[in-house]
Design a protein around this ligand. Sequence first.
Ligand code: PMP
Length: 350
Amino acid sequence: MSWKDNLKNVEPYVAGEQPKDKKLIKLNTNENPYDPGEKVNEAIKSFDASSLSLYPDPEATGLKEALALYHGVNANQIFLGNGSDEVLALIFLTCFNGEKPILFPDITYSFYPVYCHLFDIPYTQIPLDEQFCINKEDYYVENGGVIFPNPNAPTGALLSVEDIRDILLHNKDSVVVIDEAYIDFGGESSVKLLEEFDNLLITQTFSKFRSLAGIRLGVVIGNEYLISCLNDVKNSFNSYPLDRLAQAIGKASVMDSDYIKENAKKIIATRERVAARLKELGFVMPESRSNFIFVKHPSYDANKLFKELRDQHILVRHFNAPRIDQYLRISIGTDEQMDELLKAIENLEV
Ligand code: PMP
């Protein structure tokens, strides 16, 4: 066997396009269309560049304390990393031991199977029901861990905290991870379940709700012991969770949460308005509790519509995957951007 045969056959994650064309209306990777806020601007302007000659605080103390206060937990219940994709990778490596299969939905965040292949973790994907919802009872079987986004991606459907509690009650022997990348657009966080369950990890991101996809900041909230295990694994790679600038910006954002919540309210209102209009135009969609909608027209090919919108400088997301290839995922932009989208769809006479 040659060294080439021994290389890991990685199936890479296919990320959404990040186009260079600034004129595009970019509705394909669920970024927040609003500014990160005045406090973040001030933190950047007053940032002392000379401090960059020194290593950052390996504990990210200020940011962790601010987040702990925001979520009503202790600072040692918080773990940070460069985006939630990174913290998810560390969770897979640390918590899913590779003997029993971990469970996640069939139609979910496509990074999960990528990490399973990378770390040799067996997995079972459980189909969503007809309405694209997670059926909690499907997760009451023996497993090596459970993970799903809430709301799910790319469907946008939300599971209640009560349903998540039921899943936890049936999974006391494995780690349950709730990926809350989109929780702040109308969902309720499962953070309060941490008082009851020590096998729960919740991941969040600064990329969506906090308009900070550009700095890469991901968060895990969990029981102190699990968090210390994540720290041990992370420290074996690189003991600095975040650079100085990300720590300063992240903290400023947490201090500006009232402003950020107002933006989320605007996004929810825009989502509801656009969803209602698209329904009038014949589209169908699961009810979304996130900053995107997942829509299908019964008699208009999704890939054709994707290309036609792109020709009009509007970029949405099309997944070439079974069961969802007739759907488009559309991120919620500003009202003006979404009016352009509606106008384009109306002109196409979809
Ligand atoms: N989880 C889900 C469900 C997502 O859709 C995304 C964004 N693509 C992430 C995690 C990762 O977000 P980030 O790495 O920007 O924090």
